[in-house]
Design a binder for this molecule. Sequence first.
Ligand code: PAP
Length: 329
Amino acid sequence: MDILYFPKEEEEEKEFQGITKNCKELILSLPKVKGWRTPNLYLFQRFWCQPKEIQAIISAQTHFEAHDSDVIIATIPKSGTTWLKALVFAIVNRRRFDVNSIDHPLLRSNPHDLVPFLEYKVYADNQVPNLSNLDSPRLFASHVPYTSNCKVVCICRNPFDTFVSIWHFMTNIRPNNLGPFSLEEAFDMYCMGQVGYGPYWDHMLGYWKESLNSPQKVMFLKYEDLKEDVNLQVTRLAEFLGCLFSAQEKRDHVVEDITKLCSFQNMKNLEVNKDGKSILNFDNKGLFRKGEVGDWVNLLSEEMVERLSQIMDEKLAGTGLEFPNILKS
Ligand code: PAP
């Protein structure tokens, strides 16, 4: 039988491209595990990250100065980032950009271009841009738990669907050079917290606790709640962001127009989301898969569900954070 040759070295070289000598030294001193789409993940400031992310995170932590009026959308990957970015952009800019305009930026640009990630766009590739001339409120996003003076909107999603979403996304983009990565192996790593920006529960609970301590500063949303009643959540978001809908706007159905503009079907079918690339080399179309609650039933075995349920029960016990009815989907 032929042995498949996987030139992993090429990927290892790529993962450190553009990383400064000092940063590389730091990264190589960190604990590491196998990566999902790069050779390794490194444990940096208690979270598992890729080298390029680590360099950009350090840069953001050094250079980013939050304004009180800024808004940061903070998420763990695959929990509804794209959707939340679209909603927040449409809400805070609705006086600048009429939601029903055929020229609305969300019809031409992917939400990741309108609300850039600090670690993938703003401070990626060693750049330190001047952000002082940007219109207020400035909108940014991050997968990292930043402590910041500005408002933060966080979204999380039940871990079953989040895992399934990451799994599909990663299997599409994982380079062949890295060799096979089975569902079982990925799930095992997920359960040990070894996934980008994981452990999942620490990320989620960090923002959850912040939202309880400082509800004026941190708003915590669940993907499932958005799916259940997105108009209600858009109204709550506007209140949190200090731009309430007026009685006239309510009569004019502005809330419903925003949710329609940002709906899965609408966004998925836009040209920019069918053909564009907004984050590194990912195709935007990979950001719009099914957009459902409960898709995990199609992938996870009974044992997997039991294992992850136990982990979540243990991690979330006494925190007040729960995902009711997820297992009955
Ligand atoms: P990211 O971390 O790469 O930015 P993120 O947007 O957080 O990804 O999550 C992608 C998930 O949100 C996908 O879920 P799925 O794999 O279970 O289908 C994607 O389909 C879903 N999604 C994207 N846009 C929307 C939307 N407008 N409404 C509902 N779900 C959406």
